[in-house]
Every structure is written in C-alpha cells, then in structure tokens.
Design a protein. Structure first.
Length: 160
C-alpha cells in the first residue's frame, strides 16, 4: 500500500509541475463539512478543508485537498479524528454539475491511531464563488470510525 500511495502522490506532483505552470489558472477553496458517521459508535462528524484545483483537460480538473475530519460520539464530544491528504479529479458533466473522486492518506490525531488509506467520491454543484457537494469518505484502516457522509459547503476563489 505504501508503494501505491507514493505513486499517487508522485503523479500529483507531476501534474502540478508539468506543462507551463505560469499559464495554469488555479482556484482555491475553504469549506466546512457537517456529516453523519455510518458505522461504529459515532453519531456525527465535522470537517474543514482547504482545496486547490486546476484544469487538466476540458471538463476535468486536478484537485488536492487537506484539512481535518473529526468523529464525535453520540452522547458526548469525545471522539477521533484525522488529517487527510487527497489528490483527485473533478469532472464537470455540464456547466456546474460535477462528480469527483479522491484517494490519499489520513493521519490519525489520537496517539497510536497511525495512518490510513482514504477514498472519497462526491457529487456537487459548483458556482462562481460557492460550491456545495455530498461526499462519502472511508479511511479503511480506521475501521471503527472511518465511514461518513458529509455535505461540503465551500467558498471558492481565484488564486493569482
């Protein structure tokens, strides 16, 4: 699995540094993501992220996302969390509707939790300065608290 993740991260670096970087238009975004855990003893999730994206080809964009995701128990706020690092692709099916897929690694925030492979598909609507999507995320090695659905509300902006 380490070789696979290293390959994904290497491919991301190649995409970021290939072609004429100065000609690429970059967009950024920050989001908040309330959600619900779909397994284990956790009830709700809350995440925040920062995302970079740039056009690869017509209708397809490279995305790179990091942030924090926290899982909270149903009866109290004690929980678990991780920091994801996920490269991926966002594909537009029209002017604003898209599907996206990301894979990467999550770094556990509780002592001894380690790292996990993460995969996350989503569907969304992207407007000029706002993005809303529904995502599913699974950190496969954090089995007791790893699966959740979340709404991602993002503020998007151009980077110069």
């Amino acid at each position: 699995m380490k070789q696979f993740l290293l390959s994904v991260l290497l491919a991301s670096v190649i995409v970021l540094t290939s072609t004429n970087v100065n000609a690429q238009k970059w967009r950024g975004g920050i989001s908040i993501q309330p959600g619900v855990a779909s397994n284990g003893g956790y009830g709700f999730t809350l995440g925040a992220d920062a995302r970079l994206q740039t056009k690869i080809v017509d209708k397809a964009q490279f995305i790179l996302t990091t942030g924090v995701t926290a899982f909270f128990k149903k009866n109290n706020l004690n929980g678990m969390g991780y920091i994801p690092l996920k490269p991926g692709v966002k594909y537009f099916w029209g002017d604003n509707f898209y599907t996206a897929g990301e894979i990467g690694i999550g770094f556990g925030l509780v002592k001894g939790s380690g790292r996990s492979f993460i995969w996350s598909p989503s569907v969304g609507l992207s407007l000029k300065n706002f993005d809303i999507s529904l995502k599913y995320e699974d950190a496969t090695d954090f089995s007791k608290y790893s699966k959740h659905f979340a709404l991602r509300f993002a503020r998007a902006f151009e980077l110069k």
